[in-house]
Design a protein around this ligand. Structure first.
Ligand code: 3PG
Length: 397
């Protein structure tokens, strides 16, 4: 695909798809990471004489105008990140958008209202895409985290205008390629989370690609059940045991080592500070539940990690939101951070809870790359083609 460097942008309005779908509480942005990460793209477009007009979605208004889902809420954080005023149009097509765009000069930047206020966005509708496309002379997609959606502003637009990737899109794809596409071996994947059923495709893809696969969280319990180990009242999907066995067999034939807990932290209640004990993995009492991996598991994980060159991480190892069940996640995250600091490991993490867990462990800052993506990161780990990325590649051909 093309990048900003390859594009002729001077004097053009550059429709720039960004992902500013950030957490908001009481009308204020509580985590501006996604906003901060699009700044280089906007500045680089301006430096080439282009005028960035930002297209973005916010939340899921389902094709209707919903006032509580207006992108206005991100304007103050965006202006603070850019250090300049940002013009705002209260519709992304038609008169309001045209009027705002017509007034822009070199050096300016504008944000258009939530693309998902129009049905055509999620339908990837060509007419809606054409209305967006009419506003500009070039298209830059910097929304890796929305690239799993084939929507008008993430997909169709790349076919209507000269198109290229923004800096964040470039950085995300480069990091992901280094982690799984073309990695230095051995590669370890850490996959945690509650359910095997939601990460089935991901596990199936990973056993083919990585040398070590660490399975943690609730989904580890399903694998224990598959191995005939009793897990008491733990969260486990007993109907997925056959699937878990198939994954174990696939790993064995393919030379991927699967790491399951060898010891467990169990409790009778799921609450902060609940009384807990560490037991060998096969001794979970019938009235208790497994809420974390134990210290021996962490030790063997740390040893295996020290022999790896690349780590890709998605999902916590235990019930990390609740102390003391955050210990395995914290210790493993800190081990990864330390190996990365020493230059011995390339570490990439992303998806949903993962970043929160690594932040809580104080480890995120040392990781080689932390993706801004949730769902897109997962789909990419599943080995799926992301429509937003495919469209940029097609545009370059
Ligand atoms: C995200 O927050 O993961 C992206 O902005 C995509 O949002 P969506 O799941 O509503 O498409």
């Amino acid at each position: 695909f093309k990048t900003i460097d390859d594009m002729e942008l001077d004097g053009k309005v550059v429709l720039t798809r960004v992902d500013v779908n950030v957490p908001v509480e009481d009308g204020r942005v509580t985590d501006a990471t996604r906003i901060d990460k699009i700044v280089p793209t906007i500045k680089d477009i301006q430096a080439k004489g282009g005028i960035p007009v930002l297209l973005a979605h916010f939340d899921r208004p389902k094709g209707k105008r919903v006032d509580s889902m207006s992108l206005k809420v991100v304007l103050p954080a965006l202006e603070a990140a850019l250090g300049q005023k940002v013009a705002f149009a209260d519709d992304c097509i038609g008169g309001p958008a045209k009027r705002v765009v017509a007034e822009l000069k070199r050096g300016d930047v504008a944000l258009l209202e939530n693309t998902r206020f129009h049905e055509g966005e999620e339908k990837n509708d060509p007419t809606f895409a054409a209305s967006l496309g009419a506003l500009g002379g070039a298209y830059v997609n910097d929304a890796f985290s929305a690239a799993h959606r084939a929507h008008a502003s993430t997909e169709a637009l790349a076919r209507l205008l000269p198109a290229g990737a923004g800096r964040l899109m470039e950085a995300e794809l480069k990091a992901l390629d280094a982690a799984l596409g073309n990695p230095q071996r051995p590669v370890m994947a850490v996959v945690g989370g509650a359910k095997v059923s939601t990460k089935l495709d991901l596990l199936m893809n990973l056993v083919d690609k990585v040398d070590h696969l660490v399975i943690g969280g609730g989904m580890a319990n399903t694998f224990l059940v598959a191995k005939g180990i009793e897990v008491g009242k733990s969260l486990a999907e007993r109907d997925m045991a056959d699937t878990a066995r198939a994954i174990l067999e696939k790993a064995e034939t393919g030379g991927c080592t699967i790491h399951l807990p060898v010891d467990i932290v169990v409790a009778r209640e799921f609450r902060a500070g609940a009384e807990s004990e560490v037991l060998p993995v096969d001794q979970c009492p019938a009235d208790a539940m497994i809420l974390d991996a134990g210290p021996q598991t962490v030790e063997s994980l740390r040893a295996a990690m020290a022999d790896c060159r690349t780590l890709i991480w998605n999902g916590p190892l235990g019930a990390f939101e609740i102390e003391p069940f955050d210990r395995a996640t914290n210790a493993a995250a800190q081990a990864a951070a330390e190996l990365t600091r020493e230059g011995r490991l390339i570490s990439v993490a992303g998806g949903g809870d993962t970043v929160a867990a690594l932040n809580k462990a104080g480890a995120a800052g040392d990781f080689t790359f932390i993706s801004t993506a949730g769902g897109a990161f997962l789909e990419w780990m599943e080995g799926k083609e992301l429509p937003g990325v495919a469209a940029l590649e097609a545009a370059a051909r």
